[in-house]
Design a protein around this ligand. Structure first.
Ligand code: 9GP
Length: 849
């Protein structure tokens, strides 16, 4: 890659650190020093791993210097902080992101050349930090980037998983999960903090002592582990401010049982160590077994308890026990229900450890927590069996029961006007502890209800989603607290997702706009609008896309062995594999396209738009239907890609092991991207925003953030444009979905649908007949086509024809592509974070001068 112009500062004042190295010679000798002194390497034989590590350690020093300056300033000024509590942070790689955020590309690239390496090639040696499943975890990472860039006092808090998101291997068409062993070579981006440790307890019993009217509760746990901090500095872009992601590792109190060892019980000697370390071993253990469920609850409590103890310890250093000041100094954002146990933990710490009375503690608690819901899918709205909760967290279970009793008493009052039966029904629906609907004997703790009751604000992640939660899962709560509910439409960092991963496009944009200010003020991208009409500019725009497609073409070759024609339309769907995201529908349309081409004469085939279809994503390890979809993509791909009549006009690939780094190669290369969830099911989506920024046209349903993207694209086209103009929109309306679901049995499927289903069932694709998958959308006694693929099938095919027609008009296609980027400013995470800061957190920027 060339040294691109965005690294020039166009006369803008740029933040500098005292030690920021600007000459390659200094960087070269600093890196060599790291190679020698940190890893005992030989300066004459710097292997790629040593070069990468030397570079990373060197950069970490700069980061630490900045982080210390930032934290010192914040300590001195004592502003209000936000603490983003998240079980997931999907960070991806750090090397290029750090170099480019610090605007140090040139000296580092040159210093590396002196060592005999190319920066980009070396950067690929870094393993992704995959501490998240998908959208929710990547959002958390984008938020940290925005917070640092905007100088907002805030930290992320999470778990340092030893094994992150599994590595996906496709063997004979099947997804296999392999542990993500990402720490083997060490992680130069973190700083181990043996000085920051807190005990975290589990199990045991409660001892109660009553003195007068006061009841003292002492929790006598039977298990304790140590939480040790690791700090990961988070560089901001074009600022000295550097944030912090503090991740906790679980360690045993006693490393080794010498008694057991001496008695010859060698394995038991390590029992405690094994049990403790298991807590932070794996991202989301499969929770289908009771042990798995318990472990996940332990993970959640572990990281939240350590984080709250840490924050309170710092608070006490400055404010002693003036806990009524806490809401002026701290806000805790709960990222989904995973950290919700923090509400009970805060009460526990304030009442049992700090001696506050219940009212004071509860008052403070409800002022410091805010809750974001990210999905209405039932599997993510956690409900813990009371039995499990009582076993592992007896004191917290009791606190939750008290919260629930008081909550229900409050509701009795609040709803006193209602007829008795109706009121009781409403209270039952809003209860925090309630019976399992499938097994009335079992009582559950509804974490989403606890989060709503214990937080001052609840938000969804796109307008439609925020509206849906108010009328579905939180309808009753919204009736009680209408003002508690807000919307915060998601956003993504334009630095990682455009500036750094699509450097040529960034250069072109900067040239056109005459400034790089758009990188931190994305609304300025609107300035590209007139360039959409400029044929010369469109040519340059297409040339960049073509180069990016070549890069992806090379990746496809590396992963599949196949060459693809980069003049074909690149049609992409990348996200977790899930029935509601409807990758299956995508495959059905590819099969339809295959059938159509097969039925054509050679002459007719000349008018076909060639497409390379790419699908990538991971399926949860226990999600059989999603795994069937992966197998089907592979099987259909094998048939098409090897058919000499078709392979020049159509390809289908499933790219394995989708992760942040692969997304950085795929997204800039997309001509078309698909976001085709059943309306009302995808809370927001964030890859849609990344594709829009990179000028990929969107084929989608009116769901999640697609709607707001469509609004922005319409707005840039002028007052006559309607929402949806410029995108390829299809599918049923969210408000009709419940009715259509009821009527799905009577729905008459399209003959093309029936034909494709017959083909699949006959075993046309590979050795498999995919019975369970086909039944899930056809057999009303089994699957019921819950996500309405059949209803949307015909309009989906129609819109695919529109895509082809538009592709033939390249001028218009590229014009639209430019308008997509020009209208993507709203979806910068800087905008999202400034709304959180103002409307929920009440946190102000504080920059190192
Ligand atoms: O499914 C949502 C996705 O639509 C959203 O963009 C993302 C970030 O808000 O969160 C996802 N939810 C989860 O991963 C689990 O709740």
């Amino acid at each position: 890659l060339d040294v691109v112009s965005f690294r020039n500062n166009n006369g803008r004042k740029r933040a500098e650190t005292s030690k920021k190295p600007t000459d390659p010679e200094t960087v070269h000798s600093d890196v060599l020093a790291k190679v020698e002194f940190n890893s005992g390497g030989n300066r004459g034989q710097v292997t790629a791993l040593l070069a990468y590590q030397g570079l990373a350690w060197n950069l970490r020093e700069h980061l630490m210097e900045r982080m210390i300056a930032t934290q010192n300033l914040w300590r001195e000024k004592d502003p209000k902080f936000v603490y983003y509590l998240s079980a997931e942070f999907l960070m991806g790689r750090s090397l290029l992101n750090t170099i480019q955020n610090l605007e140090l590309y040139e000296p580092y690239a040159q210093a590396l050349k002196m060592l005999g390496y190319n920066l980009e090639t070396l950067a690929e040696k870094e393993r992704d930090a995959s501490l998240g499943n998908g959208g929710l975890g990547r959002l958390a990472a984008c938020f940290l980037d925005a917070m640092a860039t905007m100088n907002l006092p805030g930290w992320g808090y999470g778990i340092r998983y030893k094994y992150g998101m599994f590595k996906q291997i496709i063997k004979d068409g099947e997804q296999m999960e392999v542990p993500d062993v990402w720490l083997t070579d060490g992680n130069p981006w973190e700083v181990r903090r043996p000085d920051v440790v807190f005990p975290v307890s589990f199990g045991g019993k409660l001892k109660k002592t009553v003195t007068g009217s006061h009841e003292l509760v002492e929790w006598i746990p039977d298990e304790q582990v140590i939480a040790m901090a690791y700090d990961v500095p988070i560089p901001g872009f074009n600022t000295q401010n550097t944030g912090n992601l503090r991740l906790w590792e679980s360690l045993p109190v006693n490393e080794f049982d010498l008694d057991a060892f001496n008695k010859g019980d060698i394995l038991s000697a390590y029992n405690e160590k094994g049990r403790a370390e298991a807590i932070t071993s794996v991202l989301y253990p499969n929770d289908s077994t009771p042990e798995g469920k318990a472990l996940r609850l332990k993970q959640q409590y572990f990281f939240v308890s350590a984080s709250l103890q840490d924050v309170l310890a710092r608070f006490k250093k400055v404010h002693g026990n003036q806990f009524d000041l806490l809401p002026e100094k701290a806000c805790f954002q709960l990222n989904d229900t995973h950290p919700t146990i923090g509400i009970a933990e805060m009460v526990h710490l304030l009442v049992d450890k700090e001696g506050l009375d219940w009212e004071a503690a509860w008052g403070i608690t409800t002022k410091v927590f805010a809750f974001t819901n990210h999905t209405i899918m039932p599997e993510a709205l956690e409900k813990w069996p009371v039995k499990v909760m009582r076993e592992f967290l007896p004191r917290h279970m009791e606190i939750i029961e008290t919260i629930d009793t008081q909550w229900q008493a409050f509701l009795e009052e609040k709803l006193s006007e209602m007829p008795k039966a109706e009121k009781q029904a409403a209270i039952d629906r809003m209860a925090i502890v309630h019976p399992n609907q499938w097994n009335k004997e079992e009582m559950l703790v509804n974490m989403a209800h606890l989060a709503v009751v214990g937080s001052h604000t609840v938000n969804g992640v796109a307008q439609i989603h925020s509206d849906i939660i108010k009328s579905t899962i939180f309808k009753d709560f919204h009736g009680v607290f209408p003002l508690k509910f807000q919307n915060k439409t998601n956003g993504v960092t334009p630095r990682r997702w455009l500036v750094f991963s699509n450097t040529d496009l960034a250069t072109l944009i900067t040239e056109a706009l005459g400034t790089q200010e758009w990188m931190t003020n994305c609304k300025l991208l609107e300035g590209l609008k007139p360039f959409a009409e400029d044929a010369e500019f469109r040519k340059k725009w297409s040339a960049v896309k073509r180069k990016n497609k070549e890069r992806l073409g090379a990746k496809i070759r590396e992963l599949t062995g196949d060459d693809v024609d980069t003049s074909s339309m690149f049609d992409i769907q990348i996200k977790r594999i899930h029935e509601y995201k409807r990758q299956f529908l995508n495959v059905l349309s590819v099969i339809r396209r295959y059938n159509t081409i097969k039925a054509m004469t050679p002459e007719e085939r000349k008018s076909v738009v060639p497409r390379v279809c790419v699908i990538a994503g991971k399926a949860a390890s226990s999600y059989e239907r999603a795994k069937d979809i992966i197998r089907l993509v592979g099987a259909v791909g094998d048939t098409i890609n090897t058919d000499p009549e078709v392979r020049d006009l159509l390809r289908l690939y499933f790219l394995p092991d989708y992760n942040v780094s692969l997304a950085e190669v795929i997204i800039p290369a997309a001509d078309l991207s698909q976001h085709i969830s059943t309306a009302g099911t995808e809370a927001s989506g964030t890859s849609n925003m990344k594709f829009q920024m990179n000028g990929s046209l969107i084929l989608g349903t009116m769901d999640g953030a697609n709607i707001e993207i469509a609004e922005e694209i319409a707005a840039i086209q002028g007052p006559d444009a309607k929402v949806g103009d410029g995108l390829f929109i299809f599918g049923v309306d969210a408000k009709d979905v419940p009715k259509l679901r009821k009527e799905r049995k009577e729905f008459k499927t399209d003959p093309r649908w029936d034909e494709i289903m017959d083909m699949i069932k006959k075993g046309t694709f590979g050795n498999d007949k995919f019975e369970a998958l086909v039944d899930s959308v056809n057999d009303m006694t089994v699957g019921n086509d819950w996500f309405l693929l059949a209803n949307d099938f015909a309009t989906y095919l129609d819109v695919q024809d529109e895509v082809d027609a538009m592709w033939k008009n390249q001028d218009e296609w590229v014009r639209r592509s430019i308008l997509y980027t020009a209208s993507s400013g709203k979806f910068s995470s800087d905008r999202t974070i400034s709304q959180y800061a103002e409307e929920i957190w009440d946190v102000q920027p504080l920059a190192v001068a």
